[in-house]
Design a protein around this ligand. Sequence first.
Ligand code: PLP
Length: 339
Amino acid sequence: MIIDLRSDTVTKPTKGMLEAMLTAEVGDDVYKEDPSINALEKRLADMFGMDEALFFPSGSMANQAALKLHTNPGEQVICDKYAHIYNYEGGGASFNSGISCKLIDGHRGMFTAEQAEASINPPDFYHSPLTSLIAIENTTNKGGGACWDFQELKKIKKVANKHQLGYHLDGARLWNALIAKDENTKQYGELFDTISVCLSKGLGCPMGSVLIGNKELMQGALRIRKILGGGMRQVGFAAAAGLYALDHHLERLAEDHKKAKEIGEELSKMSAVKVVEPIETNIVIFELNDNIDETQFLNKLNEKHIKIIVMGSNKLRMVTHLDYTDQMHDKLLSSLKDF
Ligand SMILES: *Cc1c(COP(=O)(O)O)cnc(C)c1O
């Protein structure tokens, strides 16, 4: 039994999901003729109370399309220094959109409305890049699955409105935030101009992300997806997995969160561990004591068939998910106890 806690993307489709995929009705989605894709897009647009949704093969591509929709080359997006769009999309912001990122030195991937406003370049000062977008990430990945305070998101929206900036949400793990904070999709749909959500993380699908937004902005989305190479054909098989996951895998995220908290409690009792970051959702980030060798620590876990990943600066990460069973959880907790 291998306990793989590197990411919530390591899950495999469940039997029910595979069944739904096998029996999916499909068509050519480049012609917008795939009924399953159309149903998924409509369902998500409705869930968020927004006009349109568009399926993408990956979350990175959905975010990259959003950056392109909101900006022109030479302009700037404001985001946190931990942001996925800045750190983990291969430099796509500059490659695809010709834009730069103004990084905010936030806390666990989150910042305040004051920090956002202070990061806006004066539009008349033509020496600096024109600020056109504020991008938020909820939950924050590098920030350890932290959830934003919704009131702060509202304040940032006011800043965006005042300065006529776009407002994008990288909601790869928004599902986790909704469950953890008892929030709903509609309140996010009201706030943001565009929202990307992942089906391939906590929801357990093999692929897929969806970009949701209002008509005016989304008009260009189809063309950008085509340019990025994301137009696919009978991709309703993936949409069927997404529809299945929305029905069956959303509420259960609370289980992942509970397990993550229990792992955190056990870690914080270990002499090798210096600090465990607060756990709000399914991500556990912790730091080893200075006298503990990271490689040795990982090797020892490996011997126990436990896989986790390093985040740099002495930080390690575990992520709970659909395929992390109760049995694995018991084994992990006892392994940590006897470590
Ligand atoms: C995983 C993730 C994405 C998208 O990643 P893909 O691997 O391209 O699907 C985007 N943003 C955040 C915060 C993520 O964690």
